[in-house]
Design a protein around this ligand. Structure first.
Ligand code: MRU
Length: 361
């Protein structure tokens, strides 16, 4: 099942409510782009590529909601929708990348009436979502090549089907290695405070029958020092031009420990996560979230009332701690300024080709 899709019967955006997993599988529908923005903010949907797909479908929804009779007034409504969607979460650049892709298409389309533009935007959102699955498959194939048979893989947060449209980024690499017949075992970081590892990654791996063991985040260093980890894999929400990556809080610690223990460490990202406008990770906006994500677990208070809290959702891993960055265009190695730019250009050419084939530009 995909994480997010367009419900053509009801003309709504439908998604898995990830806040309820693994206890309940609910599939809410939304007919307002502002509600889609709220699902991103409250993490009904989360994970950088999934947020990008939500942004794209949100833009398509905004086009259908708009009463505009002229192209110019539709563009004004789409600009407004983009601002609302982009503001939902700050770190994952996939969100503004996707909304920008739809907005740019709307500016370039030469179509006689606004309903044709609306249909073309929906087709583009569908194309972006389908491409995401294909991209994850390509990353999986490249990444699986560096996973030894019998590997113990340490994984952080959730980077699986739920974090993307389907298959996943770093977990996609795990899936691809398994599909190639490799026997692997995954150490699943629980990933405090929101427990994406315990709730979502464990659920996905168990459904696929991939051997795994859930660990407290604090156990990772011990496992690395005692030779029980062969490779560390995580995703990213934004990669700067120099190869610094922002990912779920705790990733930096894992990468430093991996280097200290001589263990390869890869970040697995679609090129839509690469932000060549930022020279280094110091420029990546880092999200801070509500205190109750730390003070409460499953609605139960685990800290004194009114305690002072700092809830930083992401950290930056400087590129020197990474062995490589896996993308759908291949594995990027230092110097990242060159390899990331080349990967991004190759991916953009592929997108333009898809749009030309569909006759949109
Ligand atoms: O706060 P989240 O759950 O959206 O954070 C997600 C992650 O950090 C993932 O590792 C990241 O988006 C890359 S995965 C596809």
């Amino acid at each position: 099942m995909r994480t997010i899709w367009w419900n053509s019967k009801n003309r709504t955006v439908q998604m898995i409510d990830q806040r309820l997993l693994p206890q309940r599988l609910e599939l809410p529908e939304f007919d307002d782009y502002r509600a889609v923005a709220e699902t991103i903010r409250n993490m009904t949907i989360r994970g950088a590529p999934a947020i990008g797909a939500a942004g794209a479908y949100g833009m398509a929804l905004a086009a259908f909601q708009s009463p505009a009779l002229t192209r110019d007034s539709l563009l004004i409504d789409l600009e407004a929708a983009k601002s609302v969607l982009d503001a939902a979460r700050p770190t994952a650049v996939n969100l503004s990348w996707a909304t920008q892709r739809l907005l740019e298409l709307a500016y370039h389309l030469v179509l006689p009436n606004t309903d044709d533009i609306r249909s073309a935007l929906l087709a583009e959102a569908e194309r972006l979502a389908n491409e995401d699955v294909e991209i994850n498959r390509r990353m999986g194939a490249f990444g699986a090549a560096v996973i030894p048979d019998g590997a113990n893989i340490l994984h952080h947060c959730n980077t699986g089907s739920l974090a993307a449209v389907d298959f996943g980024t770093a977990l996609g690499v795990v899936r691809a290695a398994v599909e190639q017949g490799k026997k692997v075992h995954v150490w699943v970081d629980e990933t405090r405070p929101r427990l994406q590892g315990a709730r979502l990654t464990a659920w996905e791996l168990m459904q696929d029958g991939i051997p795994m063991t859930l660990i407290a985040d604090n156990a990772a260093g011990h496992l690395m020092r005692t030779g029980k980890v062969d490779v560390v894999l995580f995703g990213a929400d934004r990669v700067a031009a120099n190869g610094d990556v922002a990912n779920k809080i705790g990733s930096y610690k894992l990468a430093v420990l991996a280097k200290e223990n001589g263990i390869p460490c890869y970040s697995v990202v679609p090129t839509s996560t690469i932000d060549l406008n930022l020279p280094s990770g110091d420029h990546i906006p880092i999200e801070e979230r509500d205190a109750d994500e730390i003070t409460h677990i499953g609605g139960v208070a685990v800290a004194p009332a009114n305690v002072h809290v700092l809830n930083i959702a992401f950290d930056v891993t400087p590129h020197r701690y990474l062995t490589g960055i896996v993308t759908e265009e291949g594995i990027c190695y230092p110097p990242y300024l060159n390899s990331l730019r080349q990967a991004k250009q190759a991916a953009e050419a592929r997108i333009r080709l898809g749009q030309r084939k569909a006759g949109d530009t």
